[in-house]
Ligand binder design. Structure first.
Ligand SMILES: *[C@@H]1O[C@H](CO)[C@@H](O)[C@H](O)[C@H]1NC(C)=O
Ligand SMILES: *[C@@H]1O[C@H](CO)[C@@H](O)[C@H](O)[C@H]1NC(C)=O
Ligand SMILES: *[C@@H]1O[C@H](CO)[C@@H](O)[C@H](O)[C@H]1NC(C)=O
Ligand SMILES: *[C@@H]1O[C@H](CO)[C@@H](O)[C@H](O)[C@H]1NC(C)=O
Ligand SMILES: *[C@@H]1O[C@H](CO)[C@@H](O)[C@H](O)[C@H]1NC(C)=O
Ligand SMILES: *[C@@H]1O[C@H](CO)[C@@H](O)[C@H](O)[C@H]1NC(C)=O
Ligand SMILES: *[C@@H]1O[C@H](CO)[C@@H](O)[C@H](O)[C@H]1NC(C)=O
Length: 345
């Protein structure tokens, strides 16, 4: 049987190990050279020697439980002493962060067993789960508001990682070693906050996390300001445009009033136009009501005989965006022959 390069190398390592220890039996425990994620199996080697006889026992323990070895290999040195290499495979799980592998070798020449332990946290890699939350919550984000985006990086191991914030696919910040907190299960978690301004068209933010040579993990969120509720449907929004209940003769002043509620900010402007070009002088008031705003706007119009065909437009803008436009026909407030004629027709 010819030795494979691996066997030749381990025999060399063994010789070095035994040479250094000068005849006194010693033990070494070697684990995988790279960290591995849960569900994968990793090998451990335990090498002990030299012993004058081969009647030794090698026992592997995972915490308090015995763990079966996969293979055992005896090497005899040129002085007739024995050394043993025992190998186990361990299928890693997340819970193993707190586990310890122990190799124990007993021999009649030893007063005390030889023992070597390794924490499985040294060989485990637990990939975090990521989530981005916003404060205030997405439904309440207004234009130009500063929003705290928090990247929650949960349950990872080892504690060192890099975190990068991206905005519309461009890097905006990299944190080399963000501060972590330890969880009872031995994993680590962290939170990192990035402040951004909300816009109506929306911006995409992503949080990337890189652990060692692992593929990055990312979470993303689109930060979009909620248009005022006016623009978003009529659920909690109400508005009305009212004039007098009775008709009046030409030459009478009438009052038209627009009322509305449910605006997310107080930046509301109301513009009144007669026949699309004549700006009417109006009075508008915006009042907070809970966390929304009520708007009341009024104009006084001098009715004229030829107003039968006149239209009045009431335009409402919230943060410069047209959210409502109402039109009213002055004919309905006019008393006169023309009106009667129109109505009878
Ligand atoms: C473990 O020992 C076996 C047999 O001696 C060897 O082939 C293998 O390379 C060793 N592995 C490690 C991780 O040392
Ligand atoms: C063989 O091992 C024993 C210890 O078990 C040691 O005392 C002795 O020196 C070893 N023999 C040689 C030649 O190294
Ligand atoms: C090794 O194990 C066998 C069987 O369990 C036992 O009879 C023997 O005494 C053990 N030897 C040592 C040195 O512990
Ligand atoms: C294993 O972990 C424990 C606690 O986490 C620590 O005290 C101990 O030094 C570690 N042992 C080794 C061999 O790394
Ligand atoms: C955003 O974070 C800053 C600093 O961490 C804090 O002062 C502020 O209150 C936070 N804003 C919100 C809306 O949570
Ligand atoms: C955002 O994250 C989702 C999964 O959470 C992913 O499917 C999507 O590709 C990501 N978008 C970008 C632009 O990275
Ligand atoms: C605001 O509007 C709502 C509904 O239109 C109304 O019930 C309420 O009385 C108004 N509040 C104020 C302060 O104007």
């Amino acid at each position: 049987m010819t030795a494979t390069p691996g066997q030749a190398l381990s025999a060399l390592l063994l010789t070095l190990l035994l040479g250094l220890t000068g005849g006194q039996p010693s033990i070494s425990l070697v684990g995988p050279t790279r960290r591995t994620t849960p569900e994968n199996s990793v090998p451990f080697n335990c090498t002990a020697g030299p012993f004058s006889s081969s009647d030794f026992n090698v026992t592997w323990m995972k915490d308090r439980d015995e763990h079966p070895a996969s293979a055992q290999r005896l090497v005899t040195d040129n002085k007739g002493n024995y050394s043993v290499t025992s190998k186990v495979w361990v299928t890693l799980s997340r819970q193993d962060i707190l586990s310890v592998m122990t190799c124990e070798v007993t021999h009649r020449a030893l007063a005390e067993p030889l023992r070597r332990s390794m924490n499985l946290s040294r060989v485990l890699q637990v990939v975090p789960t990521l989530k981005i939350t916003t404060k205030p919550s997405a439904m309440q984000i207004r234009v130009h508001q500063r929003v705290n985006l928090t990247c929650h990086v949960s349950h990872f191991h080892p504690p060192h990682l890099h975190l990068t914030w991206m905005e519309n696919r461009h890097k905006v910040q990299t944190v080399e070693s963000p501060q972590v907190t330890r969880n009872p299960d031995g994993t680590y978690s962290l939170q990192h906050t990035w402040q951004a301004e909300a816009t109506l068209d929306g911006r995409e933010f992503a949080c990337w996390v890189v652990q060692d040579e692992q593929p990055p993990v990312q979470a993303n969120i689109t930060l979009r300001a909620q248009a005022s509720r006016l623009g978003k449907g009529m659920s909690s929004y109400s508005s009305a445009l009212q004039g007098p209940f009775q008709r009046s003769e030409p030459g009478t002043n009438i009052q038209l009033t627009f009322t509305s509620s449910g605006f997310s900010t107080g930046q509301v402007t109301v513009t009144w136009l007669k026949n699309s070009h004549q700006l009417l002088k109006s009075q508008t008031s915006v009042r907070p009501r809970g966390d929304t705003y009520n708007v009341t706007s009024g104009v006084v119009i001098l009715l004229q005989a030829d107003d039968v065909h006149s239209l009045v437009h009431c335009q409402v803008k919230h943060m410069s965006i047209l959210v409502s436009q109402k039109t009213i026909r002055l004919e309905q407030y006019l008393r006169g022959k023309d009106v009667l004629f129109v109505q009878m027709a």
